[in-house]
Design a protein around this ligand. Sequence first.
Ligand code: ATP
Ligand code: MG
Length: 306
Amino acid sequence: MHMKTDRSRLMKVINSRCRIEKNGTFSLKNHETDWSNMPELEDLSNKKLKKRARNILSDNLKQLSEAQELLYASNKHSLLLIFQAMDAAGKDGTIKHVMSGINPQGCEVFSFKKPSALELDHTFLWRYTMRTPERGRIGIFNRSYYEDVLVVKVNPELLTKVTDNQSITTDFWQGRYEDINNLEKHLTRNDTIVLKFFLNVSKEEQRNRFLERLNDPDKHWKFSTSDLSERAKWDKYMDAFEDAINATSSSWAPWYVIPADHKWIMRSLISTIVTDKILALKPRPPEVTPAKKDLIAKALRQFVNE
Ligand code: ATP
Ligand code: MG
């Protein structure tokens, strides 16, 4: 009971502060990267912040695990979780923590990197559509087709293969947003719940995390050359995120702009949303047909008498 009230209270705040479902209404400047500044959650912004967030996460994980079992058994809906962010915003850690309690059989994570030559020979959505989750499953996209309107928009030279002589105009990006909206409409029409998370980290906090990585030899593997070059294009990325979120926020596939400067808070918010969405489906195990009931009665008799 307590958990439920907590979650519905939190969902109200999330829906009013983080959820974007209307085309053209999003502006980054209205979104905090630091959740503790949010007036609605003043009670979280004390020393117990991290502990509180951890508790919310662990409560959710229990419920999430049960909800996932039912999602799997009912074999009707699937969930597609999309994670987009600047480097070091914490995609990997969030995915790891939020999914830690769930049955690996019902969950698949795909990390999308630079497309291969084969992938570039297809339309930009091809490699993603092949990996959308089956019924009953949770699919996670660690980066997604949104890269094709983010990194690619910031670095248009990546498009040389795709466009040949075609020039890259506003219409070109508009076309991609439209394709994305249509794909997401198609998915939701076919029982896939699409949830999109933008982990909104500040430039300062990214610097802190890069510094931490550079100062710790165990974390050096996490640092790549592109981290430097892409950070230098921060403002262009922010514009690209703003445009993309504006053009692809829809009632059927809303964006959640999640403050990411505090990792534990970000994780607790995302686990709250995912848990809430699965429970809202009210997944139930498949109906037992009369024939199946007969079979069960027969099997019971047989085993009891064995
Ligand atoms: P980490 O947090 O471990 O750094 P990551 O998701 O950044 O994880 P990397 O291997 O560092 O993984 O980077 C993957 C790179 O692939 C990113 O720079 C991303 O922008 C790039 N990428 C992903 N999709 C596309 C795409 N469609 N076109 C071009 N580049 C892409
Ligand atoms: Mg990286």
